[in-house]
Design a binder for this molecule. Structure first.
Ligand code: ZN
Length: 261
């Protein structure tokens, strides 16, 4: 059974883009909370953040505002919580904000401050819990921060495909998943902005279910069933909860039409 990672402090109203607002989180949480048990994360430690970010970067986020810094530390903490649960064989979806995949070692942008998925994967690697990770980024935007952080790390493989055609996108993603070699964990940067009504204008709700299923199958075939997923983008509020639920039901390996679609 999937778990969800959530903390009410993700609703903190810090200064950011109008699109990346707390309502995204409450909509997703309200949709998922009746289906899955919730785990409340703690903030990441500075030590965890400094595995992938420079000291200057951390100080820059601190100077943004106390609300930004505290929420960003809690988002990274949510990612760590999700990653550690995965190592115990417990999959989860972390409903966190701010998102992280654009944050590089010493820069941030695109509503991201700390690279949540990189902080989590780096901790598992450095503490010896895993030796090889695959990161799958399904957000509309390229996870440039994640790619930069792990550019010289052979123990992390980042999958981030792109096509303007729906079927071609899904096939490319499946091909990449088919090519995955044995890994210790699969981590997903789960953005929902490729949705047909969202900025990307590409995927149907049922496609998020299909992608979730593909991750489930790949993780069971090649990563000992160890996987976790973190919220990145997704801004079309009317269907955001439905799309995340469809994805989560796929992650659970529920075949056929999900309840959400
Ligand atoms: Zn995005």
């Amino acid at each position: 059974m999937l778990k969800i990672i959530y903390h009410e402090d993700y609703l903190t109203d810090y200064f950011t883009s109008l699109a990346e607002n707390p309502l995204r989180i409450s909509i997703i949480y309200n949709k998922l909370k009746d289906y899955y048990a919730t785990v409340e994360p703690e903030k990441a430690s500075k030590e965890s953040i400094l595995r992938v970010h420079s000291q200057e970067h951390l100080e820059k986020v601190q100077q943004e505002s106390m609300e930004t810094y505290q929420t960003a530390m809690l988002a990274a903490g949510g990612a760590l919580c999700s990653a550690h649960l995965a190592c115990q064989g417990q999959p989860s979806f972390a409903i966190i904000r701010p998102p992280g995949h654009h944050a590089g070692r010493s820069r941030y942008g695109g509503f991201c401050f700390f690279n949540n998925i990189a902080v989590a994967v780096a901790e598992l690697l450095e503490t010896g819990l895993i030796r090889k990770a695959v990161i799958v980024d399904i957000d509309m935007h390229r996870g440039d921060g994640t790619q930069d952080i792990f550019a010289e790390t052979s123990s992390v493989c980042v999958i981030d495909v792109w096509s303007r055609q729906r079927e071609a996108y899904l096939e490319l993603l499946q091909d990449e998943l088919d090519r995955v070699e044995e890994a210790d964990i699969i981590a997903v940067s789960a953005g929902f902005d490729l949705y047909v009504e969202d900025w990307g204008g590409l995927l149907e709700s049922s496609d998020f279910h299909r992608i979730g299923c593909a991750i489930h199958e790949t993780a069971h075939a090649k990563a000992r069933g160890r996987y976790f997923s973190l919220l990145e983008g997704g801004y079309f509020l009317n269907d955001l909860g439905k799309n995340v639920l469809a994805f989560c039901q796929g992650l659970e390996g529920k075949k056929g039409e999900s309840d959400a679609v």
